[in-house]
Design a protein around this ligand. Structure first.
Ligand code: HEC
Length: 172
């Protein structure tokens, strides 16, 4: 009799502990894999999202006539400061000094690249002291270097120029 009371007590305790663990809103009652859920802690490291095209379709059948007309893409009208914020701040920093939220991770010795190759990535450049002319900066951004992606196929020439104008004229 004594033992079964103990077992009931322990089971009740376990039950209370388990329910306490799953009292989060909007989550599954049982956590199987931690990656089941988007980790909200990472949200602060994300750049703002470019809103979807107003005519975008979630799915079109193969062979469907539906095609996305990008000519009216609102992204074509974004100004340099917004494009800079979305594409560049996490490395180069909001004020262009090269110390964005990702910068310390890039050159860190904790970095996988460093552990495998023994070489550190270059830090994102300080754009405030860059000696490149605006034209050369555009060429550089198109081609990328090292860890910096080549933006040639991601942004139009006009968008890259708008970013460079913003950094060279407004931030510096
Ligand atoms: C993933 C991080 C990362 C992102 C994102 C990134 N850069 Fe870079 N950028 C770097 C690194 C690292 C360097 C230094 C590369 C080198 O010298 O080899 C660099 C160098 C540069 C340079 C050259 C400066 C000089 O004087 O040599 C310019 C200009 C530049 N970035 C502009 C931009 C712009 C504009 C964007 C956004 C469209 C951008 N970068 C996005 C990491 C990044």
């Amino acid at each position: 009799m004594k033992i079964s009371k103990k077992i009931i007590f322990i089971l009740t305790l376990l039950l209370i502990m388990m329910t306490a663990c799953v009292q989060q809103n909007n989550t599954y009652p049982v956590e199987i894999f931690s990656e089941m859920h988007y980790n909200q802690a990472q949200k602060s490291q994300e750049p703002p999202r470019v809103p979807a095209h107003p005519d975008s379709v979630t799915f079109s059948e193969i062979g469907s006539e539906k095609e996305l007309d990008m000519s009216s893409n609102p992204a074509n009208n974004y100004d340099g400061s917004y494009l800079y914020e979305v594409n560049c701040t996490f490395c180069h920093g909001a004020n262009g000094n090269g110390i964005g939220p990702a910068a310390s991770k890039i050159s860190s010795e904790e970095n996988y690249w460093y552990k495998v190759t023994g070489e550190k990535h270059k830090n994102p450049a300080n754009l405030l002291t860059s000696e490149l002319s605006k034209d050369n900066a555009v060429v550089f951004i198109k081609g990328g270097a090292g860890l910096m992606p080549a933006y040639e196929n991601m942004l139009t020439e006009a968008e890259i120029r708008a970013i460079v104008d913003y950094v060279w004229d407004d931030l510096r």
